[in-house]
Unconditional design. Structure first.
Length: 508
């Protein structure tokens, strides 16, 4: 198969299995194990509830953040969506849309009142009309504050009250359809990236290692005679790694870590997915979120500069506040085996996203007082700026439609469009601090356990295929000494740096 077969199509016709539809397809000579990697399980729900709660609350307390979520998720109609490990993007986007709609309604009412006050005050020749308009505006601003902070955040988003199902569905049919596409991304195995950001959405790199082994030499038998190693390919080793991290390995809920998720994913450069390719079958739509076993197999056995398959192991913790992900792949060619793996981490959110923990539901009198005081402070700026805000909202909507039309026209005319994903809203919200001492320790634990599991899986695989382990053992000794810990004793990786708030200075 040629180097461009995966992107531009192989010599024989393809019937791809996209988004779980259609029969699985195998290439000639494909691995025929008992279960196809195309048979996938979804991620358990609720693992990211805490981080989702914080970001959903941020859409209510920070309108600029809500607008950024809508712009990044809803208005990007052609680009792929980056995986958002540790956060439910659909829930956050629903709350962002609700916040933007609420503020837009407030601005429209204030702009109408502002526009009516001028002719009415002139016709009545009295300032009483202006006073009445300001009083009504005060009520509108106070109501918006009460609905946003007290009725939404305090009643629905505190730690013991947050329910992802409470997120309101948008009234527009186009928004609902877009969110259905976004929901598919949660369990997708196709990652379309831009530039050098192959592992988009997975956070910051913390560790990277590789093995290069001569696997043409077999182990000696008990009699001392050299043996020929058993044949294998890169896909066989990928399957062994998934098994080692699955329900019978590190992810065994009885003897391992809970919530470990391991699967193969296809990573493709967004510049090389075009309407004529096999991975973008529908015109003027974003790339699919899932591909079948065939594509994973081709990219594993015949990796290209534009597409290749990795074994991805997610290790989430702290309800989405910590997600460590392992990316590993194997290349078997010419009697040599190349195995590389790297770790990335999504640390906890920045401090400004945690302010909701300082809120609590007050009495009816406290809510009324807070809303009215906020209304008094903000009524004049909100009233005077309301025409600008209405025009700004109209301009943003017009700009989004114009950008969609411009991109669609360019794609139709054959423009090389970059379908690669932008950073996810979870990745953009990452901070540097580990707000809990044990969370920092868990980050270190996930990396050590995952690397040990990977090395043991590779060792067992080579032994089962009668490959000499001499080179392997020598390189593992070097790798075991390669993980560095900084002065605080809590941060892992060769070039990592972070702050652990509240951690003791002298060890444990």
């Amino acid at each position: 198969m040629s180097q461009t077969a995966l992107i531009h199509g192989p010599a024989e016709p393809l019937q791809p299995q996209l988004n779980g539809q259609g029969p699985p397809v195998r290439a000639r000579g494909a691995f025929s194990g008992p279960e196809s990697p195309g048979h996938r399980r979804g991620r358990p729900l609720g693992l990211d509830k805490e981080t989702t709660r914080y970001l959903a609350a941020a859409t209510q307390t920070d309108l600029m953040y809500a607008e950024d979520v809508v712009e990044r998720v809803q208005n990007e109609r052609f680009r792929a969506l980056a995986p958002a490990y540790g956060a439910d993007v659909v829930v956050i986007t629903k709350w962002a849309l609700a916040a933007v709609r609420r503020r837009a309604r407030r601005d429209i009412i204030l702009a109408a009142l502002f526009g009516l006050s001028i002719p009415l005050s002139w016709a009545a020749d009295s300032v009483l009309v202006v006073v009445i308009m300001i009083f009504i505006s005060w009520f509108v601003v106070s109501w918006e504050h009460w609905d946003r902070i007290h009725n939404t955040v305090a009643r629905k988003m505190l730690r013991d009250r947050f329910n992802p199902d409470d997120a309101p569905d948008p009234p527009a049919d186009s928004d609902r359809k877009r969110l259905e596409k976004v929901a598919e991304r949660r369990d997708g195995n196709l990652v379309v990236f831009s530039g050098h950001s192959a592992f988009i959405g997975s956070g910051k790199p913390i560790y990277h290692r590789r093995l290069v082994l001569d696997v043409s030499r077999g182990e000696e038998s008990e009699e001392g005679d050299p043996q020929d190693p058993l044949e294998f390919n890169s896909r066989d080793l990928h399957r062994a790694l998934i098994s080692a991290f699955g329900n019978q390995g590190l992810g065994d809920t009885k003897a391992g870590l809970a919530n470990v998720f391991a699967e193969e994913r296809l990573f493709v450069n967004g510049l090389h997915i075009q309407p004529s390719s096999n991975l973008l079958l529908k015109h003027l739509e974003p790339p699919p979120t899932c591909v079948g076993d065939y594509y994973l197999q081709v990219a594993t056995l015949h990796p290209t500069p534009d597409a290749r398959t990795y074994v991805c192991v997610e290790m989430p913790g702290w309800q989405g506040q910590l997600v460590v992900t392992l990316f590993a792949r194997a290349v078997h060619a010419g009697g040599c085996l190349y195995v590389e793996w790297s770790f990335r981490v999504l640390p906890p959110l920045r401090k400004e996203y945690l302010q909701i923990d300082k809120l609590f539901e007050g009495s009816a009198y406290q809510q009324l007082e807070s809303s009215l005081v906020t209304g008094i402070r903000g009524v004049l700026p909100a009233l005077l700026m309301s025409p600008y805000h209405v025009l700004r909202n109209c301009r943003r909507s017009w700009a989004a439609r114009n950008e969609y039309s411009r991109q669609a026209s360019q794609i139709r005319r054959g423009c090389v469009f970059d379908y690669g994903a932008l950073p996810s809203i979870r990745e953009e919200a990452c901070g540097r601090e580990r707000h809990h001492y044990f969370l920092a320790r868990d980050e270190y634990m996930y990396l050590l356990l995952a690397q040990k599991t990977l090395i043991r899986a590779v060792e067992n695989f080579l032994r089962d295929h009668r490959v000499s382990l001499g080179q392997f053992n020598d390189q593992v000794k070097i790798i075991d000494k390669s993980i560095n810990v900084n002065g605080s004793g809590n941060v892992i990786g060769d070039n990592s740096s972070a702050t652990v708030t509240g951690a003791p200075k002298n060890g444990e």
